[in-house]
Design a protein around this ligand. Structure first.
Ligand SMILES: [Zn+2]
Ligand SMILES: [Zn+2]
Length: 383
């Protein structure tokens, strides 16, 4: 491995990251990003397969080895957020920005491909998976549906996500549940509305839906074992338009999170039961429309150990910080970990604004850390 070649490539990696930062694209719209990555990596001689799940792609480095293959994944999508970083390389697309650092993840994986290409002694097969639509649309699930792991069988998969607040360049993960499952639903409560002065002629969905909101608070406190974690958040409650008109509909946006698959199932079932029964008790009707759900991000213990060992190989003992509890956020890499064992790790972004903030920016110092980690991981994996 030529360290000199990698060091001299670092300014180019920073330029790539900032270029991607300027052109954020949301889920399944990552056409320019995808084409940029595909052209670059095929130009380096990697075998690139495009158009998996619309804008996803896989670049393969095949250096023989023992017949196994390692999957390394980055996400490419930006968010509908108006950037307020003031950076010279700020988004050039109004109302859109890389507020979750996926520009950095994509660039770190490009850097990993560069490092592995430079290592003449490396033996093994690596699939670099660049996925679309991590944020809400489940791009990982769609890549799997479109045959990701049949076309590119992997024996293990790994991914990194930057983490604001964690020391810059420090890695962290835990075995088992790493991130929570999320399920989102729209709850529509319907019943006759009418004149605000004649409630006796109405059902009043506002009152019925309010009762649903209050009753749902017992799902976590009474239906989830105290040792387990669950969250139900009613993030939106829309109904009515005037003080003296009882509307005939209330629409609630609900998210449910859990770090255990059984708790996830129970919370979703209790949500349905409580919403239906509460609405019925007022003479109203409840309709639940489930949107995309992400499973629990479940890390394989041996894979976490392997990744931690790779971190320590490359950066020393202190560079890996075991995570004691799962995070209640969610991640669609969970779909890949349901199919192939592996691990998802945080990489400290240092003292930056939080993810999804209009003032967030990816820490370019990680563009060195990430590729060195992936390289060390691949060497360990095929050792
Ligand atoms: Zn995000
Ligand atoms: Zn993200």
């Amino acid at each position: 491995m030529s360290e000199i070649a990698f060091r001299s490539f670092l300014p180019e990696l920073v330029a790539i990251r900032r270029r991607l930062h300027q052109m954020p694209e949301t889920g399944y719209e990552e056409r320019q990003t995808s084409a940029f990555v595909a052209d670059l990596l095929s130009g380096w001689g990697l075998e690139v397969t495009r158009d998996i799940a619309a804008t996803g792609l896989v670049a393969t480095l095949d250096r023989g080895g023992d017949g196994r293959a390692l999957g390394l994944r980055a996400d490419m999508d930006g968010l509908p957020v108006t950037e307020e970083t003031g950076a010279v390389y700020a988004s050039r697309t109004p109302g859109m920005m890389h507020a979750c650092g996926h520009d950095g993840h994509t660039t770190m994986l490009i850097g990993a491909a560069f490092r592995l290409l430079q290592d003449d002694d490396f033996r093994g097969k690596v699939h670099f998976i660049f996925q679309p639509a991590e944020e809400t649309a489940g791009g990982a699930a769609r890549m799997i549906e479109e045959g990701l792991f049949e076309r590119f069988p992997c024996d293990a998969v790994f991914a990194l996500h930057n983490y604001p607040g964690l020391t810059s360049g420090r890695f962290s993960a835990k075995p088992g549940a790493m991130m929570a499952a999320i399920d989102a639903a729209t709850l529509t409560v319907r019943g006759a509305g009418g004149h605000g002065a004649r409630p006796e002629d109405t059902v009043d969905p506002v009152v019925a839906a309010s009762s649903v909101v209050m009753a749902l608070q017992t799902a976590v406190s009474r239906n989830v074992p105290p040792q387990e974690a669950g969250v139900i958040t009613i993030g939106a409650f829309h109904a009515g338009s005037a003080c003296n008109v009882i509307p005939d509909e209330a629409v609630l946006e609900v998210s449910l999170r859990a770090t255990d698959p059984a708790v996830r199932t129970r919370l979703c079932r209790r949500f349905e039961e409580i919403a239906q029964a509460q609405a019925t008790s007022f003479g109203a009707e409840a309709r639940i429309d489930w949107q995309v759900g992400y499973p629990v991000t479940m890390n394989d213990a041996a894979s976490v150990d392997l990744a931690a060992a790779a971190v320590r190989d490359a950066f020393g003992e202190d560079a890996f910080e075991p995570l004691d509890r799962p995070m209640m956020g969610s991640e669609d890499f969970a779909f890949m970990l349901e199919k192939v064992k592996g691990a998802y790790l945080f990489l400290g972004n240092g003292d930056s604004a939080g993810l999804h903030s209009s003032r967030y920016d990816f820490n370019d110092a990680l563009l060195e850390r990430g590729p060195i980690f992936f390289h060390a991981l691949a060497k360990r994996f095929f050792a």
